[in-house]
Design a protein around this ligand. Structure first.
Ligand code: ATP
Ligand code: MG
Length: 646
């Protein structure tokens, strides 16, 4: 695939492939927005008639704008590549959602139904019938908005030129009886298909299954849904009623418009009872006739043996004639049924024509799907090699012989190389590593990140607590490893108890979840001694576990007897000394020596010329004390003296 279409759309990722196209996520470089681009499979690009219809239909639906319809932005061609540019829906298609979750909750299903019905209502009002309503074409965004894709495009696929590749296998499960018969299709045909979608949403499976498209199509024509057996008991009867009315075989028995359906859904949502009860009761007691049962088993065999071609009318007639025991009525009914098979066969003749077929590209398709499609036209399948390949899912096809575009015939064998998935690798240990470091570790082992969950833990935030699969187990290359990552410690809130009036001892027990902070003592003669007078955090409120609470405790003070110290008498004196007259200015420091070292009591620079060489320094001490003094001149020791204070 090219990286750029028409110098405008930059292809980013492949997001899906269907019967007739591949879908890519892309960026429109002009409008700088993300879009989805549906690129026609190359085998269709050569078919002028198909191409024209495809473009016309895409353009017709481009006129539709509705929040529940995937918007079409552009239709284009770049050399051989034909494409449609549309709104990108970030989410999942409904088929994958059902595959992942199984049956959906019925109120959720009802909400999706309503959204699809709104989309259909808009399209039908504009004269556009979808023709291919199926869960693959319903995209569910992350916030549960349903958007219907591929409006009207299916019309192009009814062209007789479509061979094996047609999307009929996927779609036939949702075909209305008139579509199966090749009859007249109208808006009620979309509503029938929507009924089948509803059935699948609430049960997790499709109602009519079969080995071949013809078989399935026949069931849409002949068989009824068994409401008693197949629909879960807890589904409200009004939803069964909706389903019943949507899936009526006769177009005129169904809802006549999407609008009517929306109305009924809204009634159900508002708990207003609807009155389809009678019809519905009748419906599940109705039995299929015996003849029909008999034909059901004989027809598929016949199809397998002979292929479905125009000779079938004669052969099935012969078979019926041989059954002598059948009543005349039986024969008539059988004739009508066999005629309907011819119609079906005609409608699906792309699968059964005995001429040459064009081999299509089965790369990435499941072996099962490819086998079903090829065996349906009498081509056998052989697995040539099983190989490890992490880029192709297990049991999906890596390559094929003959290649796409070659011609194949009934009776021929097609060979496939099938993927065994990625090669086995050993899972590395990532527990206790940070989430950021994991990407590189996984890349080295050819693994990728799986689902990440977050939990509170004593490990630092962002650290991995556990992993699945466990370290050192063997898994396939490309497997996703799920982690649980720490979101740090949980902040637990505790209720502050009221401890005022309690003893400190009791308070310590009550306050275990909090911490006791500062304890202050105060006196309050009105309260008992030892009790708590106040607390810094009010009782009854919630605070983080471990938060400190300060307490004030009642403590009776003892009467203080202050012993009066007899006051000592301070005596002031002077020490005097003479300096040498030779100097002009000198620095004089006097230190008084005491118990805790000496302290400067005098520090001056003296100009001897001006103030003379005799210095007197005032000193003081208590009566009876003796103190020592040291004199320094220009930082050098000069003299020492002692003074007695009397
Ligand atoms: P069919 O060929 O019968 O239509 P399909 O609907 O599965 O089958 P596509 O229409 O080619 O095939 O789409 C393939 C897948 O691509 C879809 O199932 C869907 O998951 C995804 N897809 C299609 N259109 C969009 C879109 N606009 N946004 C996001 N994903 C999309
Ligand atoms: Mg589609």
């Amino acid at each position: 695939m090219k990286k750029m279409l028409n110098d405008r759309y930059e292809i980013l990722d492949k997001i899906g492939d269907g019967g007739m196209a591949f879908v890519y996520k892309a960026r429109c470089t002009i409008l700088n927005r993300i879009v989805a681009i549906k690129v026609l499979r190359p085998e269709f690009s050569d078919d002028e008639e198909f191409l024209l219809k495809f473009k016309n239909e895409a353009l017709a639906s481009a006129g539709l704008t509705h929040p529940n319809i995937v918007n079409i932005y552009d239709v284009g061609q770049d050399e051989e590549i034909n494409y449609i540019v549309m709104e990108y829906v970030d989410g999942m298609n409904l088929k994958d959602l059902i595959k992942k979750k199984g049956a959906l909750d019925y109120s959720y299903a009802l909400d999706i139904m309503k959204q699809i019905a709104m989309a259909l209502n808009q399209a039908h009002k504009n004269g556009i019938v979808h023709r291919d309503i199926k869960p693959h074409n319903i995209l569910i965004s992350q916030d549960n908005v349903a958007k219907v894709a591929d409006f009207g495009i299916a019309k192009a696929t009814t062209s007789s030129t479509i061979t094996v590749v047609g999307n009929v296998i996927g779609s036939v499960h949702y075909f209305s009886p008139e579509q199966a018969r090749g009859g007249y299709i109208d808006k009620t045909s979309d509503l029938y298909s929507l009924g089948i979608v509803l059935y699948e949403m609430v049960t997790g499976k499709v109602p009519f299954k079969g080995d071949t498209p013809v078989n399935i199509a026949l069931k849409h024509i002949n068989e009824n849904i068994d409401f008693e057996k197949d629909i879960p008991k807890d589904i409200p009867k009004d939803i069964k009623g909706l389903l019943y009315k949507l899936t009526q075989k006769k177009q005129s028995d169904r809802y006549q418009s999407a609008y009517e359906l929306i109305n009924d859904i809204e009634h159900i949502e508002n708990n207003i009872e609807l009155d389809f009860e009678e019809d519905y009761e009748l419906y599940h007691t109705q039995k299929l006739n015996i003849l029909n049962e008999e034909l059901k088993t004989s027809i598929p065999k016949q199809l397998e043996e002979e292929g479905v071609n125009t000779n079938m009318r004669r052969k099935s007639k012969d078979k019926i004639n041989n059954k002598k025991k059948l009543t005349i009525l039986g024969i008539l009914l059988a004739l009508i049924l066999s005629l309907s098979i011819v119609f079906v066969a005609y409608n699906l003749k792309g699968f059964f024509i005995t001429k040459n077929y064009e081999m299509i590209d089965f790369e990435n398709a499941t072996l099962e799907d490819a086998t079903n499609r090829l065996e349906a036209i009498g081509v056998s399948v052989q697995v040539r090699k099983e190989l490890y390949d992490s880029s192709v899912e297990k049991n999906h096809i890596i390559s094929q012989v003959p290649s796409a575009g070659s011609s194949i015939k009934k009776g021929q064998t097609v060979k496939f190389d099938v993927s065994k998935g990625g090669e086995p690798v050993t899972v590395p240990n990532v527990v206790r590593k940070t989430l950021e470091s994991v990407e590189d570790i996984l890349k080295e082992s050819d693994l990728k990140e799986g689902v990440i969950d977050y939990e509170f833990s004593s490990l630092p935030e962002g650290t991995i607590i556990s992993q699945k699969p466990r370290a050192f187990t063997e898994v396939e290359q490309g497997t996703g490893i799920d982690f649980i990552v720490s979101k740090g410690e949980e902040v637990k809130l505790v209720k502050v108890p009221n401890v005022v009036g309690k003893t400190l001892e009791d308070a310590r027990i009550l306050l275990v979840e909090l911490g006791i902070g500062k304890i202050k003592y105060e006196e309050n003669k009105d309260k008992k001694e030892g009790v708590i007078l106040s607390q810094s955090l009010k009782g009854g409120q919630h605070v983080e576990e471990g938060k400190k609470i300060d307490l004030t405790v009642n403590e009776y003070k003892e009467e203080e007897v202050v012993e009066e110290e007899p006051s000592k008498k301070v005596i002031e004196k002077q020490i005097s000394f003479a300096l040498s007259e030779e100097e002009e200015t000198v620095k004089v420091v006097v230190k008084e020596k005491g118990k805790n070292g000496s302290k400067n009591i005098y520090n001056k620079t003296i100009d001897i010329q001006k103030s003379g060489n005799m210095i007197s320094v005032p000193i003081e001490g208590y009566e009876g004390e003796t103190k020592e003094y040291e004199i320094y001149v220009d930082d050098a020791f000069y003299a020492k003296t002692t003074a007695e204070f009397k």
